[in-house]
Design a protein around this ligand. Structure first.
Ligand SMILES: CC(C)(COP(=O)(O)OP(=O)(O)OC[C@H]1O[C@@H](n2cnc3c(N)ncnc32)[C@H](O)[C@@H]1OP(=O)(O)O)[C@@H](O)C(=O)NCCC(=O)NCCS
Length: 171
């Protein structure tokens, strides 16, 4: 259906458009632009269909401040966006599946997501509270989820997951 590939410099305006239209507000697109300039280690993928960028997914660093004082670096999936007229055709699923496969190639022990609990469990996400992982923001319990990629590294790790500061403005 769609080709999933890494974001290129010429995709910047299209990525902004996809996010602004999918969310119906500029918040997510603005954070993406701030992160691009300030944050190393982003994983940003686009979905291309009929020659156009129709979807986008971003992973950015999240630090888990463990209750025992350890600090574990993982990633946060946000945002995931598909143009309204392309939704419901599996493109969001493709973006998330390929994106998580890319992250699995890296030394990343966990991925968190703040989103709809009816959507993300299909990719392996579970309620983060089951792992003792809390969100820095006050959010519904079922909306904050984690995908543990390295069980050994995460054994016994509980605490607060913190996104990059750029996200504070968008939440
Ligand atoms: C969420 C989103 C990325 C899904 O992309 P998509 O290409 O439409 O998704 P797919 O076609 O792969 O999957 C469709 C499934 O997503 C579900 N879905 C779509 N939007 C959803 C939403 N806002 N909340 C929960 N589930 C949603 C559909 O019900 C469908 O579920 P089903 O497979 O059980 O029938 C897309 O709808 C979107 O951009 N929404 C607006 C932005 C947004 O809310 N992003 C998520 C932030 S957490």
């Amino acid at each position: 259906m769609a080709e999933i590939r890494r974001e290129k410099p010429e995709d910047v305006l299209d990525v902004r458009n996809v996010n602004d239209r999918a969310f119906g507000r500029p918040n997510e697109g603005a954070v993406i632009e701030q992160l691009r300039g300030a944050c190393p280690g982003l994983v940003s993928l686009v979905a291309v269909a009929e020659g156009h960028v129709v979807g986008h997914i971003l992973f950015s660093p999240v630090g888990l401040e463990a209750d025992d004082g350890r600090r574990v670096r993982g990633m946060g999936l946000a945002p995931l966006a598909v143009l309204p007229e392309w939704q419901g055709r599996g493109i969001g699923t493709e973006l998330a599946t390929v994106g998580l496969a890319v992250i699995r190639q890296t030394p990343c022990p966990f991925v968190v997501v703040l989103g709809h609990h009816g959507y993300y469990p299909r990719f392996g996400f579970e309620k983060a509270s089951r792992h003792g992982i809390r969100c820095q923001w006050d959010v519904p319990d079922e909306a904050f989820m984690v995908l543990v990629m390295d069980g050994a590294a995460m054994r016994g790790v509980s605490g607060v997951a913190r996104y990059r500061g750029e996200w504070d403005a968008a939440t």
